[in-house]
Design a protein around this ligand. Structure first.
Ligand SMILES: Nc1nc2c(c(=O)[nH]1)N=C([C@H](O)[C@@H](O)CO)CN2
Length: 118
């Protein structure tokens, strides 16, 4: 299995459980690992034969910017579903980080894996 990845994709959104969080936009960061087979693309050297990380990134930016979830869990689950369902990815590992949300910590968040890895 090969992996196409996106690291530290920063997106502004409304997220959080507190009243003050519903009135502002905060930055979340995504790390994605997406299972794929890169051999065909490596042989043809064609973008049409691979998972286009720019297309995935643009779709997730648009979705997250428009979203207004309370929990990082919900946002992570929805973002993973987009990757699996819209881009034909079999397995994804997604880390959603919320910087500065916990005093004394750089960031907090969730890491989820969805789909079949094999
Ligand atoms: N497991 C979670 N715990 C907490 C979340 C969350 O989304 N998932 N959110 C908050 C608050 O919104 C916090 O980020 C504000 O600083 C607290 N705990």
């Amino acid at each position: 299995m090969d992996i196409v990845y996106i690291r530290d994709l920063k997106v502004d959104t409304v997220i959080g459980i507190f009243d003050w969080e519903r009135r502002i936009r905060q930055t979340v960061s995504l790390d994605l690992e997406m299972a794929t087979d890169i051999r065909r693309a490596a042989a043809t050297d064609s973008i049409d034969d691979t998972l286009n990380y720019k297309a995935v990134g643009k779709r997730l930016i648009a979705f997250i910017q428009a979203s207004e979830f309370q929990l990082v869990e919900t946002l992570a689950e929805k973002a993973a579903a987009i990757v699996l369902e819209e881009f034909g990815v079999r397995w994804v590992r997604l880390q959603l980080s919320k910087p500065g949300a916990l005093r004394g910590s750089r960031d907090v968040g969730v890491i989820i894996e969805r789909g079949e890895r094999s």
